[in-house]
Write a protein that binds this ligand. Structure first.
Ligand code: PEP
Ligand code: MG
Length: 852
């Protein structure tokens, strides 16, 4: 029979996936001899079985009873005992951390009678009553779905009258559910466990998983843990600590402590805690033990830990330890330091950085040369700066964000229900809560700027205004926040791109030593090329020449070329374009000196260069625009089809490339490594003819070294890659078009329309234009690689679609055995890291993205 429940001192196979992050941490801490309250974990298997059946699976209730009996024995107290009750917390804990997304219920086991018993036993009536009212409140909200405001309103009015408050809470419970608050401890426990299972499928949890690519079928474990109390008075307290600063990575304990309180008060940002140092003064012995214990935990896990703890009457208990979420800057610093400290190897350091998170370091900052007035200051909860329109609720943030507006979400404090607004916002500002409040933790994970706990901020939700030390802003007015300094500024401030620090260079340097894939960039201008080189690009994998045709001084000539009614007329316009193209190429070759540059000949349909018919200046132009109209231009006269219909266009481009290469060689003594690439080839004969055209034209210009190759963007090209390879020195997978043509999804029409629906409805898990559809498009690529190499074993292979900068797709390209990936300049660092992680994974060192 299935086994669903394990005590913390048992070690089942299945680890984190079975016990969840919290459960495995409690089990490991117990086994390390760290002071942890006793308890047991109900596995994710049980949750999955529950979700399938809609009820507890067979045997689960009995197993819980058995483990509860054992817990009673260990604790020396009975569950539901009116004199000296055992109380437990019921905590969610999935395999992948989803902070604040699921439910926890504390003080389960209290009722009218046992509250009196607890008061007598502890000699602390206030504590016992406060614990009971917390149970009714949390249980009511979580298990029975009672709206939180009923309780919080009553709390605000009756805070000092605990007996009265309990009566009020019980009345609210009865009114809202039609039943009295359950007095039976086992009933409480059973329903609490169900509620935690159910919380896996709340809309906010689902939304969080979608945003973070967490599969929906993992389920959560449930931890039933003997309660320890931080709210027993001056010798008690609770806190959260990191073994290094999660914002900067600086070594040393970093955290917050709240005397005489329960853990939920800190996490929910209900009371603003003190720095951890406050604990040292109040509870020196517990503090010393804590410091020693967390150092041991960091050494054991060989990673920065995020720890929740409680001190009950001077005795320390750790409630949770996990790899700390951290900013990208902190992840890099901690990784470099840990290598220096001999705690981890360079390989592990590289494997631990989440490539997606590097983006954060590339976020804008406030220009240090700009002057501005700081209206208020809060906590620097998550770095980066953002400017945008003020919005006061998550729905408005989502709506205005979708319309393309930059918004700053301003809240008293955030809750997990605000998650969609946080996703849509550029930055988050809260009046309340500390560095470990919901807003701070979630924003750091998302890499969004956040200023939390800004005490000078007041909000008038009815008038939709905010005020910062006397400066008032209405919804829609512009606000700037700097999550690195905590500054809040009314109005817009100039932002600049960030610079890259030494830790970044160090870790990426290690990555470069480990990776096999070359990382190139997609760049159309010398500026982009130079930026990409700063980020470590090793060449250009795609230079889209059409962008050069769009410039103001060229478009009229391009239009003339398209309007031309004879080849002669067309050639005359092309002759005038040639010097422009040549100087563009010279700039790019110089910026990429010594590195390969792939230049793609003209690809888009010609009508893209023409104005809409109603803007035509004369009848001839109007007629030409009409003639060029196509119903499906993406599948129409574009790519190499253009080059075959109007060879003089490609001739001009080849001439400009070769002339530029010779000029740069003569000027710098460094011949550029030129690769001329033909787009949208599907048939061998297309490339045979175009290769001939390329070579004949180039030969006329002198002797320059160059390769001729093709993009692979059509399923037919993949399938007939052996034939096409006869005429190609290289293949570059254009996975944007290949995705479009393999899936039959229009690139222009899918996103924002049916594809959005597909993603929301779960028909597809990922957007195939973002993450390569490995089983479909990926299979076509594998066919192309195999067949291309069967003709030409050393054919150069790369990718230049958007997927070339997406970590999972980069890993796939590594596995396929491509030679390089090419992506936009800002994604080059990410691709370098992802390529190293792919090589490490092949060698058995799996990436563990602990950031974010
Ligand atoms: C591609 O199709 O993947 C590609 C890189 O070309 P473009 O996006 O310019 O069509
Ligand atoms: Mg393409």
């Amino acid at each position: 029979m299935a086994h669903y429940v394990y005590d913390f001192d048992e070690t089942p196979d299945g680890g984190r996936e079975l016990l969840g992050g919290k459960g495995i941490g409690l089990a490991e801490m117990t086994q390390l001899g760290v002071p942890v309250p006793a308890g047991f974990t109900i596995t994710t298997d049980a949750c999955r079985a529950y979700m399938e059946k809609g009820d507890f699976p067979e045997g689960l209730a009995e197993e819980v009873d058995e483990h509860l009996a054992r817990l009673e024995e260990t604790a020396g107290k009975r569950f539901g005992d009116p004199d000296d009750p055992l109380l437990v917390s019921v905590r969610s804990g999935a395999a992948i951390s989803m902070p604040g997304m699921m439910d926890t219920i504390l003080n389960v086991g209290l009722n009218d009678q046992s509250t009196e018993g607890l008061a007598r036993r502890t000699g602390n009536e206030r504590f016992a009553k406060d614990s009971y009212r917390r149970l009714i409140q949390m249980y009511g909200e979580t298990v029975d779905g009672i709206d939180a405001h009923f309780f919080s309103d009553a709390l605000a009015h009756q805070e000092d009258d605990l007996p009265g408050l309990i009566e009020t809470f019980k009345r609210i419970y009865q009114e809202q559910t039609g039943r009295p608050f359950p007095q039976d401890a086992k009933e409480q426990l059973g329903r609490a466990v169900r509620a935690v299972f159910d919380s896996w499928n709340t809309p906010r949890a689902k939304r969080y998983r979608r945003h973070n690519d967490i599969p929906d079928d993992l389920g959560t474990a449930v931890n039933v843990v003997q309660m320890v109390f931080g709210n027993k008075g001056e010798q008690s307290g609770t806190g959260v600590a990191f073994t290094r600063d999660p914002s900067t990575g600086e070594p040393g304990l970093f955290g917050e402590f709240l005397a005489d309180a329960q853990g939920e008060d800190v996490v929910a940002g209900i009371r603003t805690p003190e720095p951890l140092a406050a604990m040292k003064g109040r509870l020196p012995d517990a503090f010393a033990e804590f410091v020693e214990t967390v150092q041991r935990l960091e050494a054991h896990y060989r990673d920065m830990q995020d720890i929740e703890f409680t001190v009950e009457d001077g005795k320390l208990f750790l409630l949770q330890t996990r790899s700390a979420k951290r900013t990208a800057a902190a992840a890099l610093k901690a990784a470099v330091d840990m290598v220096d400290e001999g705690l981890i190897s360079r390989e592990e350091a590289v494997a631990r950085i989440d490539p997606g998170q590097l983006d954060q370091l590339l976020h804008p900052r406030i220009d240090p040369d700009s002057t501005y007035d700081v209206a208020a200051k809060g906590l620097n909860a998550s770095p980066g700066a953002a400017s945008g329109a003020v919005v006061f609720d998550a729905d408005t943030a989502e709506q205005r964000g979708k319309e393309g507006e930059s918004v700053i979400l301003v809240r008293w404090e955030t809750t997990p229900d605000d998650i969609h607004g946080m996703i849509a916002a550029e930055g988050i500002l809260t009046a309340h809560g500390g560095m470990t409040s919901h807003a701070a933790v979630v924003a750091r994970g998302m890499g969004k700027p956040c200023v939390a706990g800004c005490e000078a901020l007041s909000l008038d939700m009815d008038a939709k205004t905010m005020s910062l030390n006397g400066t008032t802003l209405k919804e829609g007015e512009t606000l700037t926040i700097d999550g690195g300094t905590g500054e809040v500024i009314a109005g817009e401030v100039k932002l600049i791109p960030p610079d890259i620090n030494e830790d970044f260079e160090t870790v990426l340097g290690w990555a470069d030593d480990l990776r096999r894939l070359v990382v190139r960039t997609n760049a159309d201008t010398p500026e982009d090329a130079a930026k990409a080189r700063e980020f470590g690009a090793e060449g250009i994998g795609l230079c889209r020449t059409e962008h050069m045709f769009m410039a103001d001084d060229r478009l009229p000539v391009v239009r003339e070329m398209i309007m031309a009614s004879s080849e002669d007329e067309r050639r005359s316009a092309l002759d005038r374009l040639l010097p422009h193209q040549q100087s563009d190429f010279e700039g790019i070759f110089e910026a990429m000196a010594g590195l390969p540059v792939t230049i793609r000949l003209l690809d888009p349909p010609l009508h893209e260069f023409l104005p809409p018919p109603e803007e035509a200046t004369d009848a001839r132009m109007r007629a030409r625009i009409r003639a060029l109209h196509e119903s499906n231009p993406m599948l129409g006269t574009r790519g190499c089809r253009l080059g075959l219909m109007f060879p003089e266009i490609y001739e001009m481009q080849v001439r400009a490339i070769i002339r530029a290469a010779i000029a740069v060689r003569d000027r710098t003594g460094d011949p550029p490594l030129v690769e001329i690439m033909h787009p949208l080839v599907g048939f061998e004969e297309e490339l045979r003819r175009l290769r001939e055209l390329t070579i004949e034209t180039a030969d006329e210009e002198g002797d320059a070294e160059y390769l001729v190759g093709t993009m692979i963007e059509l399923p037919r090209a993949c399938i007939r890659a052996d034939e096409i390879a006869e005429h190609a020195d290289f293949f570059s997978f254009g996975t944007n078009d290949l995705t479009q043509t393999a899936l039959g999804f229009s690139r222009d029409d899918a996103e924002g329309k049916f594809l959005t629906h597909y993603l929301q409805d779960g028909v597809l898990e990922r957007n195939p234009f973002e993450t390569l559809d490995q089983s479909g498009v990926g299979d076509l690529m594998a066919i192309a690689v195999e067949r291309g190499r069967s003709t030409k074993p050393d054919i150069k292979l790369g990718i230049c679609g958007e997927h070339g900068g997406e970590p999972a797709s980069v890993a796939f390209c590594h596995t396929l055995g491509l030679d390089y990936v090419s992506c936009s300049p800002y994604r080059v660092p990410l691709a370098r890291l992802a390529a190293a992680q792919a090589a490490l994974s092949e060698a058995g060192v799996e990436a563990v993205a602990v950031g974010g």
